[in-house]
Design a protein around this ligand. Sequence first.
Ligand code: E9O
Length: 665
Amino acid sequence: RGMLYPRSSESRSLFNLDGMWNFRVDASPSRNDSFDKKWYLQPLDKTGSVIPMPVPSSYNDITQDKSIRDFVGWAWYDRQFYTPATWNSQRIVLRFGSAHYYTIVWVNYQEVMRHDGGHLPFEAEVNSYLYFDRVNRVTVAVNNTLTSTTLPPGSITYKADPNMYPPGYFVQDLQMDFFNYAGIHRHVTLYSTPRVYVDDITIVTDIFKENGIVNYTIKTGGPSDQISLKVEVVDKDEKVVASSTKNQSSLIVHNARYWWPYTMNPKMPGYMYTLRVTLVSVNGTDVYRQPFGIRTVRVLGSKLLINQDPFYCLGVNKHEDFDIRGKGLDYALIAKDFNLMKWLGANCFRTSHYPYAEELMDQADQQGIVVIDESPGVGIGKISKAATKYYKLGKLKCSKRSMENVYFQECQKHQPNKRRIKEQVKNRKKKVKKKMKSEFFKRDENFGNVSLAHHLEVMEELVRRDKNRPSVIIWSVANEPATNKPIAEPYFKTVLNHVRSLDLSRPVTFVCNQNFNNDVAIPYVDIILVNRYYGWYSDTGHTELIQRQLEYDFRQWHQKYAKPMILSEYGADTVPGIHRDPSFVFSEEYQVEFLQEYHQALDTMRRDFVVGEMVWNFADFMTAQGITRVLGNRKGIFTRDRQPKMSAHVLRSRYLNIANNTHYS
Ligand code: E9O
């Protein structure tokens, strides 16, 4: 089945179910009362007291109730609606743009679908559940619990100590550095199509001299009537420039306008054609208009080429994150962020660390901004640094401090006895070793068959949704997985190759924060994306080391793999308004100096094998509560409310300067 974006046409109508829904969480100790008591068989307000909840929005920051903000478990929504009587003879589909994460949907108290995973759309035909002569009710239960087999993965820890915690007390541990916003995050749409309909369209383009080649495949759905097709490529002036009557063909567009990132073609960026598909059957006519662009992406040697020209990514990493609505779709925010990206001179963003709203992706297509499209595979198998180090060294150095401790304790009790001290140190080492070892293998379930199967499914859903977008130039299957573990190799080989089997027209990768000599999955990527934090998480404060360390690191990667590279993250937490000269961590001066050191290093490699740089992060964003995060992650070059820090001006002059001095053929 396809997952075309719902678009109105002469044969299709849309009816938006956004608005205020009834809402209530199941906070019962078992988190399962709602199912035991069958809330889905009655109006939600009959099960207890409900509150109004906006859709789309995360529910977390809407109320004054901490237990809703931090809720883990089933959240329930319902609302009523009427089905237009004129749709009676049509096929009617109920579609969710996304809900986080596991969702069950009922229409008129009958289950119509389930979906596993946030960030991606799901839909079902609902004709047989709908009334046309009275009111309908849609009920949604959505569960945000993250476990070892969800994407993103997480874990639930029960607190056993009865002196410290009440019975059944548990916490949700995250393996990601952003707030676990939940709810119905995107549009809920009821739409109609004819009974025989256009189900899916796949378009892959190529270029040959001044011509565009449009390879397409169309799938139809519904009763297998005799059908006839008309497939037309329509340009921006509504002119038909190529056409066919086949469900699969290769069309030539003479003198095609290529789709370009706006930095490569400021006069005509993001040129989009439409594939107009007209399906005629005895059941009526369906018309669907699929936007697309004519362009190619290729990795050649150490270069990344768009339409055969080298592309340098002047990028930002983003989040779907804003005050009050959390991860809820917000058109004003989308427009503002694209204006800020243009102001900055950015030509690329990564959908860190999950697929973004289709309405946002549309803007990337139309405005000529390139996208690295990432799955929700963030923090897979994530383990502590110490555990990694232990595994790598195969032995454990007992710290001087703990030796001193043993010695000190010994002295208290007896005359210092060398043999006994040695024994004690040995025992201590053994204990720590055991703990470290169990720590290292702790998250291995993230690489198990259940996780793998789900990851493959998610990649299928992502590719199905975004395959026709010219802006998407790279698929990223994960962020910072524990690819220093041997168990990660078969897992990532399978995921990466699976994506290639779905789409051969784009490079495939994951975003890596491991070392050039211990990463087991990098051999399977087309382009190497590395996150680095020299001068922040290591050698904190020592900006003078950044150039040396980054250059050494990147040259090693390149020597070993000879693939193009992107610095996919680098950044420093910065509190706006804090100034220090000389620079000091968290000050605006530090962020500026930090970025500039990275830029100097990048400039020695960017004409060579480095094909892009992406600052972490575009804007400050919310995280879980923790002692290293003061109201969230502050590595934004913009504040959470989208005002520039000093660093934004610095990055802007760099990006504009590079874009203006890069000449494309
Ligand atoms: C992922 C992103 O979601 N990368 C993180 C970002 C951060 O600001 C986070 O928000 O923390 C950086 C990971 C860096 C790990 C470096 C460990 C080095 C220890 C010496």
